[in-house]
Design a protein around this ligand. Sequence first.
Ligand SMILES: [Zn+2]
Length: 105
Amino acid sequence: MERESTESDGLVEAARPVETRWWALRRAQSFKPVSYTCPLCSLQLHAMTDHVLLTPEGDSERRRHAHAACVRAARAAGRLPSRAEWEVTQPRAPGRLERLFGRSR
Ligand SMILES: [Zn+2]
């Protein structure tokens, strides 16, 4: 039986090829003479400015450099949830703890 779930949609989620559910955010700054394109505003971002490294679901292959201000604004708007923030929005799925403690009667 399928349960109706509109908000936290594990089923829909799985059907989409690339859906980032959470982001690892880390402040970054380097002395490399390079520029990146901020994925949030599409403007240039110099590596030497204080910025944030966005890593979708911890996948370092897809990490992007974004302006600290853009990240702040996006998070204020409820986007770019961290893993911990995403996890609390999830329905209680039988997870590792459940398996450990759930049926241990
Ligand atoms: Zn930006």
